[in-house]
Design a protein around this ligand. Structure first.
Ligand code: HEC
Ligand code: HEC
Ligand code: HEC
Ligand code: HEC
Length: 289
């Protein structure tokens, strides 16, 4: 209507113009209102179409999509089940979930936090897991755990452990979704071939170990020995001696002779000059929080 008024008189009289300008804008506006405002409102109020195929349950705890994701306005199964969270993982949202608690313990045991932030604690050497759990499908998360990225350890999880971890991750992601935690920026790493060959970690440790550093990203390519990311920080497992954390002094002793603290250690002593050790230490303490 507005455009019609602004049109010169001679255009208003031609058949096409009056049809286009009056008809289309009016229709578009009407359709826009219908599809984006009215219909979703009606569908939402009418309840999820999931109920055509499933009985309701946990109705007091929220809508189906709060626990299962999916698309509750789709009548076809494949569309309705888009990125569905299956029943086996949906307990993440229940107040009392043994699977979630097991997952939480497992995340602590496997020390995800020496690389990832989770529930707002942890190093920021790899992505923020709440963010990841919030935006990735269950299938993507499962693959990330079972076919891990290059600098992430392969934990060789059983299906059961993987599901427990996923339940916990979904829970953590949901806390973020509800806006209870602020976002944490991710450290972005860039590798530089020239520097990689010369740096102390690659020279002395990288053949057997890998690590992640805040400033230089992933270093080393060895998979025969533990990934050392976060070694001197708060989240690395306390493996120096039973219950004792790794400190610069402990590491120095270890490199001189691993068997003084672990009689059956298979790593051989690594001889480093004082300056090489200082350089290495500087490089790997950057991984600490
Ligand atoms: C057109 C019918 C249809 C609609 C609509 C539908 N489903 Fe299903 N759903 C099924 C069928 C059939 C199965 C069992 C077969 C299967 O597992 O694929 C199933 C299985 C499931 C399961 C169990 C899967 C598992 O592995 O634990 C969940 C959870 C589920 N649906 C949730 C939903 C939710 C939530 C919605 C709405 C967003 C929904 N469904 C909409 C037909 C439907
Ligand atoms: C508070 C979270 C929650 C809500 C809301 C919820 N579910 Fe579930 N759903 C679960 C859990 C947990 C399970 C696993 C089995 C159980 O505990 O009953 C499950 C299992 C299922 C299953 C698989 C059943 C089976 O025997 O394997 C289907 C289908 C399903 N839900 C559909 C729905 C539909 C449809 C809605 C919406 C009306 C819905 N759910 C709402 C948490 C929820
Ligand atoms: C030694 C460091 C390290 C540890 C420990 C680690 N990860 Fe990772 N993880 C990575 C790296 C590196 C990536 C790939 C880059 C990224 O996503 O930041 C990654 C990626 C992921 C992704 C996919 C992220 C995405 O963006 O899609 C998930 C999910 C994940 N890790 C979960 C875990 C869980 C759960 C644990 C603990 C059981 C764990 N990680 C332990 C280093 C680690
Ligand atoms: C020739 C291979 C090799 C090289 C080179 C090597 N390591 Fe190791 N490292 C190992 C092996 C194998 C283990 C597992 C020890 C065991 O049997 O408990 C290990 C274990 C460790 C551990 C204990 C980790 C834990 O959580 O138990 C630390 C710390 C460590 N190495 C640091 C280093 C550092 C730092 C360097 C470089 C200065 C280095 N290593 C060089 C093979 C190597």
């Amino acid at each position: 209507l507005i455009s019609l008024k602004t049109l010169p008189q001679k255009h208003r009289d031609t058949e096409e113009y009056s049809f286009c300008k009056r008809g289309l804008w009016g229709w578009h506006f009407f359709l826009f209102l219908l599809f984006y405002c009215v219909l979703p409102g009606i569908l939402h109020a009418a309840g999820p179409l999931c109920l055509r195929c499933h009985p309701a349950h946990y109705a007091k705890r929220g809508r189906c999509t709060a626990c299962h994701r999916g698309n509750e306005q789709a009548a076809r199964q494949t569309l309705a089940h888009h990125e569905l969270i299956p029943g086996s993982l949906a307990s993440f949202s229940l107040p009392d979930s043994p699977a979630r608690e097991r997952g939480k313990k497992l995340a602590a045991l496997l020390a995800c936090r020496r690389c990832h932030a989770l529930e707002h604690r942890g190093n920021r050497l790899a992505s923020d897991l709440e963010q990841v759990a919030n935006t990735n499908s269950v299938a993507q998360l499962g693959t990330a755990l079972q076919k891990p990225a290059w600098y992430m350890p392969d934990f060789r999880l059983t299906d059961h452990d993987r599901d427990d971890l996923l339940t916990y991750l979904l829970f953590a992601g949901n806390v973020r979704r509800e806006g209870k935690l602020p976002e944490i920026p991710l450290v972005v790493h860039f590798a530089d071939d020239q520097r990689q060959r010369l740096d102390p970690f690659n020279r002395h440790c990288g053949g057997c170990h890998m690590t992640l550093t805040a400033r230089h990203g992933g270093l080393g390519q060895g998979r025969v020995a533990p990934n050392l990311a976060g070694l001197l920080g708060a989240f690395y497992p306390r493996t120096y001696r039973t219950g004792a954390p790794w400190t610069p002094a402990a590491l120095k002793q270890w490199l001189q002779n691993p068997r003084t603290s672990r009689p059956l250690a298979t790593m051989l002593p690594v001889r480093l000059s004082e300056s090489e050790y200082t350089e290495l230490l500087q490089q790997i303490t950057e991984t600490a929080n």
